[in-house]
Write a new protein. Structure first.
Length: 452
């Protein structure tokens, strides 16, 4: 029914169905949609239709939809469904999603919602909220399948059947001992092929890759990417198993971290999106821009210092924007490459040396090609071979320095335990502007008597 319908067409269809109270037709449409699609419908529906839309959905529909909504829409939906439904929805939600929801909620509303949770769910959510933000413990779920090591294959299968409906992920079966310590992991293949009376401890893999509960979520993402896991167990002190982090949560982490790094890279500092108010966006951008403004004044003082050189050879001004722009561009390119690499690689002397040497060669190659090109252009345009030589040599040196600055600055920041993403494009560009002007006018001044 809905396969070839656009979102706008779906919205119109849903509005008509809601208006005519055609519940069977509404159910037929919803059954063909994914939770993300239902969430998109809720967000795009006119406000006056949202309450009725929610009343036509069942508890499972709303629970799944809530997981796909942004925080403000989650709160709006829960307020509209009423207290009774909210209790059922929250008790069905994954505990890690509930912890994320409560994290951004004001205290009064948080208390109101928490008081509606069942005791067991409340304890589980509070346990997750005790972990620091952006750690494995905060994003993990405690709805997973664990099996005592003394179980037989038959016992494990029976437990799996009984927990299948409430477990968020049953990609792996984790094996624990009497002290609840993680001692192994069992694959479905071995479980299926195993003899019913065979012991789990005789089938399990004892080398288990796990993450600490306080491990940064970016490190958890790297582990899952490195080993191609669908989930990874989370342990506390003494290797006690407390939960798992699933790949769908890691995808959210990767997107979140990428957004944060881009915001820093762009020198906007904190999150700014289409809905951010103008004065908030300006407030978050201004600190960096004011800092860069004062740094940029140094460029003005350099021009003032070399004023006599400019007055004697006016043609130098024709190439000044190109020199500064090219240096800033190549520095920003190297910065982007290095930051992306730092997010995937563990730094050591060998990796750093290889990277710096590689970028040095890149700078030399780019600089040589661009220098030859601009030398020819300068000679043809201005009819001065020496001017072409000065411009070409300046561009060669500034492109090498710009490339190396974009490479070395984030590495140094990484070693200083400062997020390298703050070595943002605007900052590198401004610093490279200063260096390029010094080199350009320094070389020009050295040859000033022959240029005149």
């Amino acid at each position: 029914m809905v396969n070839n319908m656009t979102l706008n067409e779906l919205i119109v269809k849903i509005v008509l169905v809601l208006r005519d109270s055609k519940r069977k037709e509404f159910r037929a449409i919803i059954d063909e949609l994914q939770p993300y699609d239902v969430a998109s419908l809720f967000k795009e529906l006119p406000e006056k239709h949202r309450a009725r839309f929610l009343s036509f959905l069942n508890i499972d529909d709303i629970t799944n939809m809530i997981g796909e909504l942004e925080h403000e829409f989650q709160i709006a939906a829960l307020k509209k469904v009423g207290r009774e439904k909210t209790v059922h929805i929250m008790n069905k939600m994954d505990n890690d999603d509930l912890a994320s929801l409560f994290e951004e909620m004001d205290s009064e509303l948080k208390y109101q919602f928490l008081s509606n949770l069942e005791k067991e769910e409340l304890q589980a959510v509070q346990q997750l909220m005790n972990y620091p933000p952006e750690t494995a413990g905060r994003i993990m779920t405690n709805r997973f399948v664990w099996i005592p090591e003394h179980y037989s294959v038959k016992d494990a299968v029976d437990k799996l059947k009984s927990l299948a409906e409430i477990a968020e992920s049953i990609n792996y079966l984790y094996v624990i001992n009497d002290k609840k310590q993680l001692v192994g992991v069992l694959s479905y293949r071995d479980l299926i092929l195993g003899d019913p009376e065979e012991k789990v401890k005789d089938l399990m893999f004892t080398r288990v890759i796990a993450t600490e509960a306080l491990q940064d979520q970016e490190e958890v993402a790297r582990l899952i990417e490195r080993y191609n896991f669908l989930a990874i167990p989370v342990v506390e002190e003494n290797h006690v198993l407390v939960g798992i982090v699933t790949v769908d949560d890691i995808i959210d982490v990767v997107i979140q971290e990428a957004d944060e790094d881009y915001e820093k890279f762009a020198a906007s500092g904190k999150a700014i999106d289409f809905d951010t108010k103008a004065y908030i966006a300006a407030y978050r951008r201004l600190p960096w821009l004011i800092l860069l403004l004062f740094i940029g004044l140094i460029s003005g003082s350099i021009l003032n210092f070399f004023e006599s050189t400019l007055q004697q050879v006016v043609a130098l001004t024709f190439f000044m924007p190109m020199i500064a722009g090219m240096t800033g561009n190549t520095g920003t390119q190297s910065l982007a490459v290095v930051i992306r690499g730092l997010s995937k690689e563990d730094l050591n002397k060998k990796v750093i040396s290889k990277l710096i040497f590689r970028e040095l060669k890149v700078g030399l190659m780019i600089g040589a090609v661009c220098a030859l090109l601009i030398t020819g252009i300068a000679v043809i345009w201005q009819g001065e071979l020496l001017l072409g030589f000065v411009v070409g040599l300046s561009l060669l040196l500034t492109l090498i320095i710009g490339t190396m600055a974009g490479t070395i600055v984030p590495i140094v920041l990484q070693y200083m335990n400062v997020d390298p993403a703050i070595a943002s494009g605007p900052l590198i560009t401004t610093l490279n502007d200063i260096l390029s002007l010094l080199i350009y006018f320094g070389i020009a001044t050295a040859f000033i008597t022959k240029l005149m």
